[in-house]
Design a protein around this ligand. Sequence first.
Ligand code: GAR
Length: 204
Amino acid sequence: MAKLKLGILGSGSGSNMQSIVDAIEAGTLDAEVKIVLTDVPGAKILDRAAKHSLEATYLDCAPWKTKLEGPAEDRCIEIMKAAGVDTVVLAGFMRIVKPKLLAAFPNRVINIHPAILPSFPGVHGWTQALDYGCKVAGVTVHFVDAGTDSGPIIVQKTVPVMEDDTPETLHARIQVQEHIAYPEALNIIASGKYRIEGRRVRIG
Ligand code: GAR
């Protein structure tokens, strides 16, 4: 299979992008990062991108606060296409992506969510799991569809919930698994050895 050409969208620290870049640099993921976009001016993901000499820029998504739509969506698609992106990676991107972006990259928009879906979609999945009283929590990497955190699942990993966990300690434990899960999921896509059958991603 050809090397994946990644376009990364993130809103925060960018630790998931870092795990992907580290895997590429270690030679364990056959991919290259073509462009990094953030909807948050000054987000730490931009500093991380700069350290690795990756092309990265701020994408103004106004007037919407929770979705990527309208001129910003058009601009995003334009930038990604111009950069030669074939796979869009949502790495802590805190906006809903809409059908136009999905249509521009069919079955090639991937998301990481900090919960064992279909439980706890939306924001702060780890806090939702803690508040619910779950004894396990975790992470899901999935293809993005038109719903919220509802697309076919590629990889899931669990972590235990400890008696003395706070949202912060649980999220930190989940993030360790996120940084394993995202490169693993992208490797599956890079291998080409999978097929999407309804909700199921059949691997191998
Ligand atoms: C991660 O925990 C990711 O799962 C979560 O945001 C964090 C971003 O961390 N994403 C979502 O909640 C998406 N709904 P990072 O910026 O360090 O990669």
